[in-house]
Design a binder for this molecule. Sequence first.
Ligand SMILES: O=c1ccn([C@@H]2O[C@H](COP(=O)(O)OP(=O)(O)O[C@H]3O[C@H](CO)[C@@H](O)[C@H](O)[C@H]3O)[C@@H](O)[C@H]2O)c(=O)[nH]1
Length: 527
Amino acid sequence: MRGEQWFTYFGFAQYQLSFFTLIDELGNKNRRTRLVNRMADAANKKGHIVMVPYMAHGHIIPFLALARLIQQRTNFTITIANTPLNIQYLRSALSSPDQIRLAELPFNATQHGLPPNIENTENLPLTHVIHLSHSSLSLEAPFRSLISQITQEDGKPPLCTISDVFLSWVNNVAKSLGTRNLTFTTCGAYGTLAYVSIWSNLPHRKTDSDEFWVPGFPQNYRFHRTQLHKYLRAADGTDEWSRFFIPQIALSVESDGWICNTVEDIEPLGLQLLRKYLGVPVWSVGPVLPPDALKGSKHRAGKEPGITLEACMEWLDLKDENSVVYISFGSQNTISASQMMALAEGLEESGRSFIWVIRPPFGFDMNGEFREEWLPKGFEERMKDTNSGLMVHKWGPQLEILSHRSTGAFLSHCGWNSVLESLSNGVPIIGWPLAAEQAYNVKMLVEEMGVAVELTRTVESVISGEQVRKIIEIVMDRQGKGKEMKEKANEVAAHMRNATKENNQEKGSSVRAMDDLVRNILSYKAL
Ligand SMILES: O=c1ccn([C@@H]2O[C@H](COP(=O)(O)OP(=O)(O)O[C@H]3O[C@H](CO)[C@@H](O)[C@H](O)[C@H]3O)[C@@H](O)[C@H]2O)c(=O)[nH]1
């Protein structure tokens, strides 16, 4: 480690074809050809990949999962770079030693107008999310030093970098230091295209009618203005959202290829349109689901204990199959106080069992204490007494809940990870999009896939308990629409299983895409 370096580099022992193994094998004439092949293979396979996720759990989790997938099938050295606190979070999910390396890029939150020690969008108000986004630009210089350092140590530049759509300055660094960059979109193909194209074709407040066309989609395909977040409706290229997203998205479109967390058979239209729009290879390698080490809530040391994984599972074990509604709005979103009240009323009126991952409403400190006045009087106590609702404060073991046989529907903001985690378990969705590309995800889930219904949109909408009750009844009723949605969700789950199937006879589409991705990365070294 050199003194002047800008980053801390956590390197661990990794597999190398041992010199002594080679000497042993040289003694056996019959094996010589194979050995030569293996040497060539090893030389070919060895290489370094450096990955940089955006500073949000919805991005960091799939980046780590992708790193694991690549590591399982190659001898590449993989380094994930990020700010110190995000590296600390990642470290809790790695074993020691681990083949995945972590590199800290120095970061000082307060220098960017953020509260101290904030390096992630978790529970961060939107006004700060945009500051965090702008602050990520400060990582470019230390990242450049990291790539130079790796190039010096390895005697050659990394095979490629893999950047987040929102951190495409990584693309600049890669190109200027003699390597390639791939973009990993942690969203689906359809949502990615809608988001990329909508940001690239501002302004939308000039749209005459409520419905409008988005370049990249067929001419007769319409989006609705209420599907745009209010910062997108107001964006004109000069505001702070545009000033970050437009250049980052424009640069990521120039990547050498894109990796998409989706499956060919579940998003045929989205993938076809995204490929046409980008004009570079798009590998659909999904579903890239959280690695085992990130399951449950054990890795979130330092947070208040809340309800344990075991308590959740015991509670679910006592419920009937497909009888529980799970409610969560992801890692960084929440609803308003009046919406929270209506949601609670609707849940109680429905008489259905539920697990609700609850956090303070929009406009309040999301890390602060939960206040009883945000819920109907005596609600938590009644739910406890009747054993009909389990309130989990701030963070729940989502994967385990969704994969439990008792979970029958997911009321979700439709962040893409939540969508994949739900559908891979055949759980239909009640959509309540709040930000980012979530409204486009819901549009696709409802119109293309038939696995969801939409309850409402955004944190500003006015909803009633009765609306909530009705929609829960539709989805949980195992007749009519509810039955249809459940069947379709099960079909999607089967497509996902097929896509990741890998045995002697056959390889699923995502496995083949991963093989092709690795072949492509290997070909970069010749350039
Ligand atoms: O109580 C919780 C809350 C979240 N999670 C996990 O955290 C992740 C959340 O990801 P996601 O559902 O995608 O939601 P966001 O955190 O909101 O994700 C951001 O990133 C996604 C991927 O780019 C986008 O699709 C979203 O719109 C964007 O808000 C998932 O793996 C969840 O399993 C938990 O385990 N427990």
